[in-house]
Design a protein around this ligand. Structure first.
Ligand code: ADP
Length: 315
């Protein structure tokens, strides 16, 4: 979709996207869109397909099936190349370069380089421009890598586990820096993370993947408020009839105590204690229940054969 000023409303649009390595699909039937301006967490267990998805958006991995567009430009073409910056997990920097030389390389490689932004990021960490990259701490190296990424003035910044190697203090500092710069430049951010605390504090959108498929997509608040956590006493075996009427993501019974994570369809009848679940409860519920139907909020849903089938199944 294109708005009146010609800018795409969607930073990322995947339709039936797939990637196969030999005989195994790492990503399959993946259809989702991420609105421009979002700070989107890409979450899921190890091997879920997060790096493969980021790699396809960053043009490092070629899709096997479907289509993928970044700000309306197909990743298979050459237009929009400079729109995306990708920070991989190993944050490749030359250890023998000084910070200043690292930024100079960024400037020489990128026609729309923003030296002021890159220097601001470095200096706000009280880093010396003369320091050698190899002598920096993990947090400081992340700062230099972010300076390089934001210096490119990307419209979309892809980050693969940006906080994984950082201690909690450095993760907090780098997370704050990332959000401030993204807001300042109006950058859309898609970051993979297995740390739910990072996602909960930083991201306004979420795409959860498991086994190469999308399980949840949408605004975090909207996803949370679509679910209820229901607890109570249940004396007989099996699912209580008044709960079974709703979409049950996960349920368990310990003795007479029954708990379920549901997507309510209308009022929940009966004598149940009802609460809104937290992000961790919702994510874990979907990861533990591969058969639970995926939820994509209206904003993130995009037509594909797969989603149409899902909708017909839910109707
Ligand atoms: P995540 O980032 O969520 O941990 P990945 O995208 O790295 O997941 O991997 C998804 C699946 O694809 C895994 O089963 C992984 O083993 C497989 N895979 C990833 N990259 C390759 C590759 N280059 N060759 C073969 N299999 C791969």
């Amino acid at each position: 979709m294109t708005s009146a000023d010609g800018a795409s409303r969607w930073a990322v649009e995947a339709r039936g996207l797939g990637k196969r390595y030999r005989r195994r699909w790492a990503v399959r039937d993946f259809s989702v869109r991420i609105p421009a301006g979002a700070v989107c967490g890409l979450v899921g267990p190890n091997g879920a397909g997060k790096s493969t998805l980021l790699g396809m958006a960053g043009r490092l991995v070629r899709p096997t099936a479907g289509s993928l567009q970044v700000f309306g430009a197909p990743v298979s073409g050459t237009s929009g190349l400079a729109d995306t910056a990708f920070l991989t997990q190993d944050k490749p920097l030359f250890p023998r370069f000084t910070v200043e030389e690292t930024l100079r390389l960024g400037r020489e490689l990128n026609p729309r380089w923003d030296q002021a932004a890159a220097e601001r990021i470095v200096r706000s960490g009280k880093l010396s421009m003369a320091a050698r990259v190899g002598s920096l701490s993990g947090g400081q190296r992340s700062r230099v890598a972010l300076a390089l990424a934001f210096g490119k003035r990307p419209r979309l910044l892809l980050l693969d586990e940006p906080m994984a190697a950082l201690d909690p203090l450095a993760a907090h500092e780098i997370g704050g820096l990332l959000l401030a710069e993204a807001a300042e430049q109006g950058t859309t951010v898609v970051m993979s993370s297995h740390r739910m605390a990072d996602v909960a504090t930083m991201c306004d959108h979420l795409v959860a993947v498991d086994n190469g498929r999308v399980r949840l997509a949408g605004e975090v608040d909207e996803l949370l408020s679509a679910h209820l956590l229901v607890t109570g006493v249940h004396l007989t075996d099996g699912m209580p009839a008044e709960i079974a009427r709703h979409t049950v993501v996960e349920s368990r019974a310990v003795g007479r105590q029954f708990t379920a994570l549901i997507r309510p369809r209308g009022r929940v009848e009966g004598d149940w204690k009802i609460a809104e679940p937290g992000l961790e409860e919702v994510l874990l519920g979907y990861m533990r229940s591969p058969a639970a139907p995926p939820l994509l909020t209206a904003d993130t849903r995009i037509e594909s054969a797969q989603n149409q089938e899902d909708e017909e199944g839910a109707a």
